[in-house]
Design a protein around this ligand. Sequence first.
Ligand code: GRF
Length: 195
Amino acid sequence: LKVVVLISGGGSNLRSLLEQAEHADFPARIVAVGADREATGLFHAQDFRVPTFTVPYGSFDSREEWGAALVTQLAGWSADLIVLSGMMRLLPQNVLDAFAPRIINTHPAYLPEFPGAHAVRDAIAAGAAQTGASVIVVDSGVDSGPVLARERVAIDPGMGEDALHDRIKTVERRLLAQVIRDIATGAIRLEEYQA
Ligand code: GRF
């Protein structure tokens, strides 16, 4: 299974996936890592000798033109699966048209609780005793697609955002690798989620 991972930031979850994908029994290969900006996380791919690319959002006149350039890149890698891992930009319809439902995303909350870009902060602000981590099929909404895996994560009283996010990421990394395994083995059939 050829996987392309897309990031926007530090890529700590990407690094964990690169490490797990190196094991001989991992049934998928990360063929490239892309970003919508000069993301610092791209150096993780370079450390693992995985090719990288950027499709800088700011270089295009519209979301659609950015999306078209991203589709061209992704098609060029013959990606079987696109993994959003800390990719902080909604995909325009032309990307979904080209690859959905073969796009999955990891999110630091127990979806449908706390969708959006500030899930960890929102869970703390809500005074929740627990939140979670989720892996979903990407659809046209904001973290609204079908849940493939999710797991509860406890919030300790007075816990800060960074500490909670690190605790959540530990779960995300395990869930994401397992979902990719399941897609590669057919235990998860993404075609069932074709809109
Ligand atoms: C992860 O929690 C991911 O779910 C969210 O942003 C975080 C990215 O962290 N979208 P990193 O860049 O992998 O360290």
